[in-house]
Each structure stands twice: as structure tokens, then as C-alpha cells.
Ligand binder design. Structure first.
Ligand code: KIV
Ligand code: NA
Length: 270
């Protein structure tokens, strides 16, 4: 089993093989998800909610991200895993300046990340270009961006109105041109997510609550195992329901993403 690289991910995008991603925060779950065939593991700042019990991702520190990135990296090293590790730049570690962004990104890379993710469009474009030029692969994130939930007025679908959709499409194209390898589209109408996906030159779109027209999918691992402290998002499927064990649930998710049967038309955010 060959390791997943950014080159392999761009081949998958070009050949239309869907990219299956799950979040991971510790060594054991990382190794199990990898063994189930997950292409990328995302050390998301959602760890603030699922590991730390916070009500949002806003308070997550870089230190916490580094700790969990090291745990996931160690899990893959021990098991000779192949998944590519993506780590979130948490709120307050890239907004200030390009220098601040690259210092934070370097720390995540040194902890084992192979790609960093940051939220937002427009002002992030030059930060993405700055990191990419210096050898740091970047995943962008548009639509519902949890770090700015206060400004967005809650966890709700983004890009419904024509003006907001046009703005998102322009931001996505600018991030593609800036060299982003991937782009999470969260809680975006399926039609808009598909249009953005079609317009990309090199960037692989990864949907969550954004329909099935994207180059790949991501879910929070706890959500797809049916483990949730609050209300389950409407676009999540419980893959544990029909699986015998956790690795079976992860494998069923990978198969459903690759076959294009997850998400189906009933699983959406709007
Ligand atoms: O923090 C996270 O887990 C994420 C993914 C759900 C995209 O940002
Ligand atoms: Na995140």
C-alpha cells in the first residue's frame, strides 16, 4: 500500500476517484481509519468539541492541535499507515499576518502534518499563496466556517442567495489559482458545490453537507459513528448502525464515498 501524496490526490481528482476523508485525533482511531482505507486523516479543530467538550472551535489552541497531530502521526508511524495527514490552523494563528500564518503552519508540519487547513476566502488568498510558495500544501475551507460562527450568525447553510453564491465561486477560484491543493465546502447547496468543483483547475473540493458533486467527502469521525453530545447534523449518516465494529464502519464509509452513494439526496444541510 503506497502512501497517499499530494500528487496521488491530484491524480484521483483528475481520474474522478472520490477522496474519502475522516477526522482523527488520536493514534488508535487514526490507525484503524487508515487500515479501513481512508485516504486522508484530518486533525480538525473540531477536537475542541469532540475531545474537549467546547461549544465551538474558537478557543482551540495551537498547542492542542500540535498534541493531537503528534498522536495521529505516531499512530500511522507505528502501523506503517498510508493516509495523508491534514491539520487545522486554529482560530487566531493565521489571521494576523502571513508571518504568523507560516510560523503556525511550520509547527503543524513539524508535528507531522502534510497539509494545513485554514478557513475563509478573499483575505486568505494571499496567505495560501505565501504558504504554498514556501512548500506547505494548503487545504482551504469555504461555506460554513466554524471559526467565524459568531460573524455568520450560527451553524447554517451558506451560499443560498445569488450574491453569496457568486462571491463563494469567486473566492474558490482565487484559492485554486493561489495553489490550494484541496478545499472543504461545508454546508453549501449541492448545485453550488458542484459548480465550484467543475470550475477548479487543480484543487480537489471536499464536501461536508454539500451534496455528492465534490471530488471527495469528509465527516467528523464521532458523528459517523453515532457519537454526539449535541444534536446530530442532518447531513451525517450513522455508519456504525449496520457495521459490526468501528473499522467496519470506517470501511463502509470509504466504500460509500468511492461508489458515490454517500451522501444521497436525503442527506443534506438545506
Ligand atoms: O474541524 C474539522 O473537523 C473540520 C472538518 C469537518 C472539515 O474542519
Ligand atoms: Na475545522
Amino acid at each position: 500500500r503506497k502512501p497517499i501524496t499530494t500528487l496521488r490526490l491530484s491524480q484521483m481528482r483528475e481520474q474522478g476517484e472520490k477522496i474519502a476523508i475522516l477526522t482523527a485525533y488520536d493514534a488508535t482511531f487514526a490507525a484503524v481509519a487508515d487500515a479501513a482505507g481512508v485516504d486522508c486523516l484530518m486533525v480538525g479543530d473540531s477536537l475542541g468539541m469532540v475531545c474537549q467538550g467546547r461549544s465551538s472551535t474558537v478557543g482551540v489552541s495551537l498547542e492542542s492541535m500540535l498534541y493531537h497531530t503528534q498522536c495521529v502521526t505516531q499512530g500511522l508511524l507505528r502501523t506503517e499507515g498510508r493516509a495523508l495527514i491534514i491539520a487545522d490552523l486554529p482560530f487566531g494563528t493565521y489571521q494576523q499576518s502571513k508571518d504568523r500564518a507560516i510560523e503556525s503552519a511550520i509547527q503543524l508540519m513539524q508535528a507531522g502534518a502534510q497539509m494545513v487547513k485554514l478557513e475563509g476566502g478573499g483575505w486568505t488568498t494571499e496567505i495560501v499563496a505565501f504558504l504554498v510558495e514556501r512548500g506547505i500544501p494548503v487545504c482551504a475551507h469555504l461555506g460554513l466556517t466554524p471559526q467565524t460562527v459568531s460573524a455568520l450568525g450560527g451553524y447554517r447553510v451558506q451560499g443560498r442567495q445569488a450574491a453569496a453564491a457568486d462571491k463563494m465561486r469567486a473566492e474558490a477560484s482565487a484559492l485554486d489559482d493561489a495553489g490550494a491543493s484541496m478545499m472543504v465546502l461545508e454546508m453549501v447547496p449541492a448545485e453550488l458545490a458542484s459548480r465550484i468543483t467543475q470550475a477548479m483547475h487543480a484543487c480537489a473540493t471536499i464536501g461536508i453537507g454539500a451534496g455528492s458533486g465534490t471530488a471527495g467527502q469528509v465527516l467528523v469521525m464521532h458523528d459517523m459513528l453515532g457519537l454526539n453530545l449535541g444534536r446530530m447534523a442532518r447531513f451525517v449518516r450513522n455508519f456504525m448502525h449496520d457495521a459490526g465494529d468501528v473499522q467496519g464502519a470506517f470501511a463502509a464509509y470509504v466504500r460509500a464515498v468511492k461508489d458515490g452513494v454517500f451522501p444521497d439526496k436525503t442527506l443534506h444541510a438545506w
